[in-house]
Design a protein around this ligand. Structure first.
Ligand code: OGA
Ligand code: MN
Length: 287
């Protein structure tokens, strides 16, 4: 059977995502790639069950979407895992475990960097016996569900995106050099309503890193952003993926939020992550 794209709207009654089957991502023909790219624009999240790609194949798939980000130590595909390279459990107070705890809050990748990400690819190598799912929330549908007055108000607003802010809210300290080339430069400012560069569709652009809306005091800004996130990240705008080892997913960071769900850290969880850079014309910070 050939390539089959099934909207999660049909199987899970949610506004985002599709499952793609009948294709080997390690050996895509041009027509299948065109169908996948079109489905990516339409559904924003694509789930490919049982692909079992190695790091090289995952990188090659990610590179179809654009130039990949260099993450830590010159690597473009890294383990998002509570285990170190020798399989040892990471200390709960280590920098990396604090970043994994941060991933359990709704966010969009690299929004605190000067160039926000276009997309991310994540695959499962080792999954815990319970928990450890990933969830995505559809910020296009969230924007469209807001009332007209709120949409008009948000159209004029922006927020800063700061990893110092988001980590401090979970009681952790982000330091320069800790993560993903994170640097000390001023936090980037981004519009709260993002127009998708391919589809033209508007989406809320928020998440745990967003803070300090210009023109508001810190408490008012935090209350507005927390309220928006609470409203946005609800059914039918959410999909939760229960991973099987070998699954691979790609999502559009320009219009979705995502988060990891908790699990018992005494069990290993190993996910492989590759991230696609944003377009400087559309994912740069505001001046
Ligand atoms: C990420 C991320 C979520 C997860 O890799 O950027 O947020 O479920 N991962 O591991
Ligand atoms: Mn992430």
């Amino acid at each position: 059977m050939g390539l089959t794209i099934t909207a999660l709207a049909d199987t899970h009654a949610c506004t985002l995502g599709a499952t793609v089957s009948g294709v080997k991502l390690g050996a895509l023909n041009p027509a299948d790639w065109r169908a996948i790219e079109q489905a990516f624009h339409e559904h924003a999240l694509l789930v490919f069950p049982a692909q079992h790609l190695d790091d090289q194949q995952q990188l090659a798939f990610a590179q179809r979407f654009g130039e990949v980000e260099v993450l830590v130590e010159g690597k473009t595909t890294i383990a998002i895992s509570n285990r170190g390279e020798q399989g040892q459990a990471l200390r709960e107070d280590s920098v990396f475990m604090q970043l994994l705890r941060g991933n359990e809050g709704w966010h969009t990748d690299s929004s605190y960097m000067s160039l926000a990400a276009k997309a991310s690819v994540l695959s499962a190598r080792v999954v815990p016996s319970a928990g450890g799912e990933t969830e995505w929330a559809d910020m296009r549908a969230a924007y469209e569900a807001l009332d007209v007055d709120m949409r008009a108000r948000l159209e004029r607003l922006s927020a800063f995106h700061s990893l110092f802010y988001s980590q401090s809210r979970i009681g952790a300290v982000a330091k320069v050099g800790d993560y993903y080339g994170f640097n000390a430069g001023e936090a980037p400012r981004r519009a709260l309503v993002k127009i998708h560069p391919e589809t033209g569709r508007r989406a809320l652009f928020i998440g745990r890193h967003a803070c300090n809306i210009p023109g508001m005091d810190a408490a008012e800004s935090e209350a507005l952003l927390d309220g928006l996130m609470d409203f946005a990240c609800r059914a039918p705008r959410i999909y939760r993926h229960h991973w099987q080892a070998g699954d691979i997913v790609v999502w559009d960071n320009r219009c979705l939020l995502h988060r990891a769900r908790p699990y018992d850290y005494r069990e290993p969880r190993v996910m492989m992550h590759t991230r696609i850079r944003g377009n400087p014309d559309t994912e740069s910070a505001l001046a």
